[in-house]
Design a protein around this ligand. Structure first.
Ligand code: FES
Length: 355
């Protein structure tokens, strides 16, 4: 009987990380993410339920069982190129090889702290600039985010830092927060009822950051997606990054464009060519606007009239539709999937990033 049982005992699988000389065992039924974290590997992740895309990695060898559809979170180009979500994948073969960019944040950077809102300024009808004074200076990488929870509410929300990081940490951090109809946190915020309320925060989280390169950068932001892009661009200026950059911002109307003075300042200080292209999708026909009209992703190629797109790197932040359309256009025009970095902001029905 013992022999019979051992014949059917499920084998432990091993996952190898390409180019990193790292491997770890995966117990039967466990996901790649669970096993990586259990083995002390700083595997990027956040939601752990397949909605945020933080644990995206590329399957190079082996087969996996998927616990949920990847198609909601990953683009069709990513799925067909072998990208998977580690938190939703269990290896089916003894040897699995994946390629992943490990989280650059060290575990010691991740901490829990409190903060309170010291400034809440309405920038548009649905975007607020919120400054939170933290109980301790926070060190983060430009492009990252924090989980924020009002102590009186059950659910936390994820918001990206719009401030640039500082060596000694940042105490007063700026966020751009978009109003979500029916969202407990933002309904209260926009009614002005959260001034000085104590908030619980954890962070920094996320693996969206500027890669070390001299390639031209294409930044695309929609809604409150300007927050991490601002953080990245301001930090790049502070670090004397010198590369061409185009910033495309999608908004519905002129009234929905915000912080144009900040964009002007970034443009003036940028080392190298800088192009700013706002694109309006719902500006009234009879208005005085003589700029670009349509979806921001329809103007991607206008941003690079003289640059080979194969060499470009893209950084996108905004709603899922914008990101998916951006990935499709970029890959159709020769930008490598590995050069496309994004932070997808979803609404509360998907429990992922909202800022
Ligand atoms: S951690 Fe896997 S999708 Fe969020």
């Amino acid at each position: 009987m013992k022999i019979f049982k051992s014949l059917f005992k499920k084998k432990i699988r091993t996952v190898f990380l390409e180019g990193k000389q790292l491997d770890f065992p995966v117990e039967p039924g466990s996901t790649i993410l669970e096993s990586a974290l259990r083995n002390g590997i700083n595997f990027p992740h956040n939601c752990t339920v397949g909605t945020c895309g933080s644990c995206k990695c590329r399957l190079l060898e082996g087969k996996i069982s998927a616990h949920s559809e990847f198609g909601y979170t990953l683009s069709s180009q990513e799925v067909s190129s072998g990208y998977i979500l580690a938190c939703q994948s269990t290896p089916r073969q003894e040897k699995t090889i994946i390629s992943v960019e490990l989280d650059e944040t060290t575990p010691s950077n991740l901490s829990s702290f409190t903060g309170r809102i010291i400034e809440n300024k309405l920038l548009t009808h649905d975007i607020a600039k919120v400054t939170i004074k933290l109980s301790q200076p926070l060190k983060f990488i430009a492009g990252q985010y924090a989980n924020i929870k009002a102590q009186s509410l059950a659910r936390e929300r994820n918001y990206s830092f719009a401030s640039a990081p500082e060596d000694a940490g940042v105490s007063d951090v700026i966020f751009y927060i978009r109003k979500v109809d029916g969202g407990g946190f933002t309904e209260r915020l926009f009614s002005g009822n959260m001034q000085n309320e104590i908030l619980d925060l954890t962070g920094p989280h996320g693996n969206f950051h500027l890669r070390d390169s001299v390639s031209p950068m294409l930044c695309i932001a929609g809604g409150s997606g300007l927050a991490p892009i601002f953080s990245i661009l301001k930090d790049a200026i502070n670090n004397n990054v010198n590369r061409p950059c185009a910033l495309l911002v999608g908004a519905r109307t002129q009234k929905d464009l915000y912080e144009l003075d900040v964009i002007k300042e970034i443009s003036d200080k940028w080392n190298g060519d800088f192009l700013f292209l706002p694109v309006l999708s719902h500006e009234p026909k009879e208005s005085t606007w003589d700029g670009a009209r349509g979806l921001v992703t329809e103007f991607i190629l206008d941003a690079f009239p003289n640059i080979e797109t194969e060499n470009a790197e893209a950084y996108m932040c905004g709603p899922p539709g914008m990101i998916d359309a951006g990935i499709a256009t970029l890959t159709e025009n020769g930008v490598q999937l590995s050069s496309i970095h994004y932070d997808k902001f979803t609404d509360q029905s998907h429990s992922a990033k909202m800022s």
